[in-house]
Design a protein around this ligand. Structure first.
Ligand SMILES: [Zn+2]
Ligand SMILES: [Zn+2]
Length: 178
């Protein structure tokens, strides 16, 4: 065991200083991590330390911590080294949350769309020749003789084009035709 002095800067600009008793062998990173979580009162953090070139380097393992200790021990006369840590919140959790938030409206939208289409399909870009409703909702009736002659169900049933045979298209998704 030996005591490591740690100084943590938080995003808020606040600093905390504490000592951690590190085991000489394995598990020192875990000890440092847990102590830092305890001091800051939070979980899921990322530890970065300031290396000899002033860069923030991520710490995730004993090996990296050993390297960090080697670096800080080379400062000054090597006695009483201070490990300067920067803390970041792990983004994995908030990303997952973000994705969840993002996907929810899509799910709702998709459900609403599929519900709508099962109740009343719309024929995008198709206008009823008689009443000019566009797009035609519900069944579309396409004249088999005239080019580009469509009626909505109401107008077809009213007999507005009964001189020609009409093809009934219930759902444009199932009958792909222009
Ligand atoms: Zn119509
Ligand atoms: Zn016709």
């Amino acid at each position: 065991m030996y005591a490591l002095r740690v100084k943590v800067s938080r995003n808020s600009g606040q600093f905390r200083r504490y000592k951690v008793d590190l085991p000489q062998q394995e598990g020192k990173f875990q000890v440092l991590y847990e102590k830092t979580c305890e001091i800051l009162g939070k979980n899921n953090i990322l530890l970065d330390y300031e290396d000899d070139e002033g860069d923030m380097v991520r710490l995730t393992s004993d090996v990296e911590l050993d390297e960090a200790l080697r670096v800080i021990n080379s400062y000054g006369d090597g006695s009483n080294p201070l490990l300067r840590l920067g803390i970041k919140d792990k983004v994995t959790d908030s990303n997952a949350l973000l994705n969840k938030c993002k996907s929810e409206p899509d799910t709702v939208k998709k459900d609403a769309t599929s519900m709508q289409s099962s109740v009343s399909p719309t024929h995008e870009g198709i206008r009823c020749y008689w009443c000019s409703t566009m797009p035609i909702a519900g069944a579309r009736f396409k004249c088999l003789v005239c080019e580009n002659y469509d009626l909505c169900e109401k107008c077809c049933c009213a007999g507005h084009h009964d001189q020609h045979a009409m093809m009934r298209i219930a759902d444009p998704e199932k009958t792909k035709i222009r």
